[in-house]
Design a binder for this molecule. Structure first.
Ligand SMILES: C[S@@+](CC[C@H](N)C(=O)[O-])C[C@H]1O[C@@H](n2cnc3c(N)ncnc32)[C@H](O)[C@@H]1O
Length: 393
């Protein structure tokens, strides 16, 4: 354990300079810079031994004596008990950053958990439970390159793996909880079968119509949509918020809609993050401008799913988290989230994305579009959490 007094710049900019004499204790042989965690929040240790985290910004008063410890997952910082002033400040600040669910009388801290490894192993362990909603977006077995997944495996093995996962997610879900299972449209039959066999009650087959991309075919119509099967544990959903959207009027419509329209099972108003120009700012790119994950889901898609099937304070699971879109949106909507991802590179991206929010991930820009939803204020208290546009890599 190392004690130190926080200086003005540390407090204002959100870092702790690890004292040179404590480097061997707190950093050891870790190559710098690196990403880490601080009090369960994403953090970064730079090459000068400064531990950065948005969590630290203005958290303690200038001059507070803090104690910094190395933990299993990163670091833990707390005001030294001998300095009462710091403790009070810490308590006050913690209250301020607490996200309180409007649906619950008790105060609830919203958390995210990023688990690195095989989703089935975590699900088998049984520590993931009381899930209210799962977003299930597996690789599609279409020979794409994944570092830790064979996307060219035989169909029987692939569907067997999906079945096992869906079964375990079902066990981890509360009664009435929901799942949204993304797949290619040609697999609609298997999707329905595997959901039924694992206990899920099918509710809708949503067609997510792409804005710009279509896969050309010579012997049949080109493909322009993807399916999302929505199913529940039990016949009735525990939560289903009927969302209304402000669709722009079509030329053939006789009247303007003064009150928006209810959503149907065809979603043609969410733009995919295709390659090239249209992917825009939201797609996470490396230093050469290439997208780091070709299957990154748009935040607008997760916004719709989470808003439809959860309440603030609920828990959302993404067992195949990729770039962490689900967690990024869940946090802004004051839902807890658990993401599991097998590729450590993506895990690092998720942590950075959560720790250093980008304007392109900010869902509050869609609030107006949903303003006709009757209970919108109960299910979504928008807050701008995004500061400045940054490259994640
Ligand atoms: C289609 S992508 C999900 C993309 C995600 N929706 C997003 O917004 O970025 C599927 C992800 O599952 C991960 N994956 C594959 N096998 C896994 C496993 N056994 N356990 C956990 N993650 C796995 C892949 O590395 C990949 O990132």
């Amino acid at each position: 354990m190392v004690s130190k007094v926080l200086k003005k710049m540390e407090v204002l900019r959100g870092f702790i300079q690890i004292p040179a004499e404590s480097e061997s204790e707190l950093i050891g042989n870790t190559p710098l810079p690196c990403f880490t965690m601080l009090n369960s929040n994403p953090a970064r240790l730079d090459k000068y031994g400064r531990l950065w985290s948005p969590y630290l910004k203005n958290r303690f008063s200038i001059g507070t004596v803090v104690e910094l410890n190395k933990t299993e997952n990163g670091y833990h910082v707390a005001p030294s008990e001998s300095k009462q002033e710091g403790s009070i400040s810490e308590m006050r600040q913690q209250k301020e950053v607490m996200l309180v669910s409007p649906s619950l009388e008790s105060q609830t801290t919203v958390y995210w958990k990023v688990l690195e490894g095989d989703c089935l192993e975590y699900l088998n362990e049984g520590s993931v439970k009381n899930v209210h909603l799962t977003f299930f977006d597996p690789p599609y077995r279409q020979r794409k390159y994944y570092r830790f997944f064979d996307d060219a495996q035989p169909a029987w093995r692939y569907w067997g793996w999906l079945k096992e996962n869906l079964h375990k997610v079902y066990d981890a879900t509360v009664d009435g909880g929901a799942i949204y299972f993304m797949q290619r449209e040609k697999n609609a039959e298997q999707v329905s079968k595997v959901l039924r066999r694992t206990g899920w009650k099918f509710q809708n087959l949503i067609a997510w119509k792409k804005k710009t991309s279509a896969v050309p075919c010579n012997s049949r119509f080109s493909k322009q949509y993807q399916i999302i099967a929505y199913a529940t544990k039990g016949d009735k959903p525990r939560v289903f918020n009927k969302l209304r959207v402000d669709l722009p009027p079509l030329p053939e419509h006789k009247y303007e809609r003064e009150n928006g329209v209810y959503l149907t099972d065809v979603w043609d108003d969410i733009r995919e993050l295709t390659s090239g120009y249209f992917a825009g700012d939201e797609a996470i790119r490396d230093s050469k401008g290439n997208r780091v994950h070709t299957q990154q889901s748009p935040v607008a898609l997760l916004l719709r799913i989470i808003l439809s099937s959860t309440l603030p304070g609920d828990t959302v699971l993404d067992p195949l988290a990729g770039t962490g879109t689900t967690l990024v949106v869940a946090y802004q909507l004051e839902r807890n989230s658990i993401g599991i991802e097998i590729d450590p590179n993506y895990v690092e991206i998720i942590r950075r994305r959560l720790g250093f929010p980008r304007p392109s991930d900010d869902v509050s820009r869609y609030y107006d579009y949903y303003r006709f939803t009757p209970n919108l204020r109960e299910i979504w208290k928008p807050k701008r959490v995004i500061t400045e546009q940054r490259r994640l890599l």
